[in-house]
Design a protein around this ligand. Structure first.
Ligand code: FAD
Length: 486
């Protein structure tokens, strides 16, 4: 039996854990009815819920932050666990709600659930309304001249650039009316999202501020400072010239429209290279989702089916060495350790580490994708598999497989003084710049002076890159319709 009048409206929060620029929330508030702010933990659906351990940590803090913001506006978050297909309807029945609002999601399983729920609610005569979600454009909006979806980035960017204007900002509501409803709220603490034994997320606290306020503060500081050298310095992992906004975007704590507007507000020249470069990265995110929308099994199926026959090696020892940053290639190891300790990894190093797993170790990109999904704070259903396929050479507009990164040269190019490697592999800290990316070539005297004992304090390379490269190219030749080296 409904126990409050007038009939409330439900906002179903998902990957949009913010109050500003939240169309679904705005529509619910505009009804003038009490608003039920619902978050459903959807177990068993890794695409709809928290992806992995690292994201569970973020989700906890993000929900707590959202709840606090709602409380400051006279409302609160109603947290429940279960199958949304039943729960949304159940909450509507129990409270007598007449309207349900949400912002869209674009992964296959999520879309199916949402479309079923919409149908069921509408069949019962309720208003069920979804709004554009967490992208600049919904994935169906940008089309080729022939009305198809894009599989190459540059024309996507051009079409996008021509058609995109950010919508006007929507301020966070000052008050969000709450009714009194007999709903059992599950305490977020009870969800055990935070690791305990061991508490591997200890290092995260000082680095991140999950929630809308943290996202806004980061954007402000990025636009004011680091953006200035973004184009030139974004590839150097020892420096901090990227925005670090990705986990906030992954949880929808900030809308990409707000990021776009923040750059517009700088009144920079239209041809400003840093700004254009940055906008292009944000549009890569849209492109990844566009690709997932049209290829819902992006995390499991090669977009280029010629790779279906690729002779991947199954070697758990090698996989472990990579996961734990013990490959003997400093830039790879530094990246993998940064990931473990901070929940993120610099983009350039993600490319090097992914290339190493796929091409030096010949381990299936899906194994790497899974590890990233579990350890990255920003893992999302599109960007992660999209980028793994891109590195593997089987993805949309991908780097060809035969372009194989040399991890030593990449390290020397983008971390020439070894600052990044020294930060994450302190056991190499005393090596001179010349050898910090190639300890395996350092003379005994130099190793000794730096306190490095290969095979003891730091691993010997688990593969010889030159030989591994040859093996990778040979493996490529065994696949159907082999791709020629250029
Ligand atoms: P910035 O350089 O400040 O870029 C701004 C924003 O643009 C990012 O926050 C992100 O939302 C978007 N962006 C930038 N580069 C890319 C890209 N290549 N693809 C899609 N969006 C991009 N990014 C994720 O958000 N989630 C993932 O799960 C993810 N997995 C990746 C896996 C691999 C193997 C690789 C090579 C890249 C992956 N990326 C992923 C892309 C990229 O590494 C991160 O978005 C970036 O490092 C985040 O740091 P930032 O916010 O400081 O980026």
């Amino acid at each position: 039996m409904p126990n409050s009048k007038p009939a409330p409206a439900i906002v179903w929060f998902r990957r949009d854990l913010r109050l500003a620029d939240n169309l679904a929330l705005c529509k619910a508030v505009e009804t003038g009815a009490p608003v039920i702010c619902l978050y459903i933990r959807e177990p068993g659906d890794p695409l709809a819920g928290a992806n992995g351990g690292a994201q569970a940590w973020w989700l906890h803090h993000s929900l707590v932050a959202l709840d606090e913001s709602l409380k400051a506006r006279g409302n609160r978050l109603v947290t429940m666990t279960g199958d949304p297909l039943h729960l949304v309807e159940w909450v509507a029945d129990k409270t007598g709600a007449e309207a349900v609002f949400w912002n869209r999601r674009y992964d296959g399983p999520g879309r199916e659930i949402d479309s079923d729920i919409k149908g069921r609610l509408r069949d019962k005569g309720l208003r069920a309304e979804s709004s554009p979600g967490f992208l600049l454009h919904d994935p169906t909006v940008v089309k080729t001249k022939q009305g198809k979806h894009f599989s190459v980035y540059t024309p996507f960017w051009k079409a996008f650039e021509a058609g995109y204007q950010p919508p006007d900002p929507i301020d966070a509501p000052k008050r969000i009316a709450a009714g009194s409803f007999d709903l059992e709220i599950e305490p977020i603490d009870g969800w055990a999202l935070l690791p305990t034994k061991p508490d591997w997320a200890k290092g995260f606290e000082s680095l991140w501020q999950p929630g809308e306020d943290g996202a806004r503060a980061l954007l402000k500081s990025f636009v004011g400072k680091q953006l200035r050298a973004y184009g030139e310095r974004r590839d150097f992992p020892g420096e901090s010239h990227t925005s670090r906004l990705s986990p906030h975007l992954a949880f929808g704590e900030i809308s990409p429209h707000a990021i776009w507007r923040a750059m517009d507000a700088q009144n920079r020249k239209a041809d400003n290279e840093d700004e254009t470069r940055f906008r292009k990265e944000i549009v890569w995110r849209d492109f990844a989702w566009h690709t997932l929308f049209h290829n819902p099994r992006l995390d499991s199926i090669n977009l280029d089916r010629r790779f279906d026959d690729f002779p991947w090696q199954s070697d758990s020892k090698m996989l472990k060495a990579w996961q734990h940053g013990m490959t003997g290639y400093p830039i790879v190891d530094a990246g993998m350790r940064e990931l473990w300790q901070t929940g993120t990894m610099h983009n350039r190093v993600r490319m090097i580490a992914a290339s190493f797993l796929i091409k030096d170790l010949l381990i299936d990109w899906r194994d790497g994708e899974r590890w990233f999904r579990d350890t990255l704070l920003d893992a999302d259903a599109a960007s992660n598999p999209f980028n793994w396929q891109w590195v593997a050479g089987c993805g949309a507009d991908a780097a060809p497989f035969f372009r194989i990164f040399n991890p030593t040269l990449q390290g020397e190019k983008f971390d020439s003084h070894g600052d990044y490697v020294r930060r994450w592999c302190p056991e190499l800290g005393k090596l001179p710049d010349k050898f910090v990316h190639r300890p395996f070539e350092a003379p005994t005297e130099i190793l000794k002076k730096a306190g490095v004992v290969l095979g003891e304090t730091y691993p010997k390379p688990i593969v010889d890159h030159g030989k591994a490269r040859d093996a990778a190219l040979a493996a490529l030749k065994t696949t159907r319709n082999e791709t020629e080296e250029d």
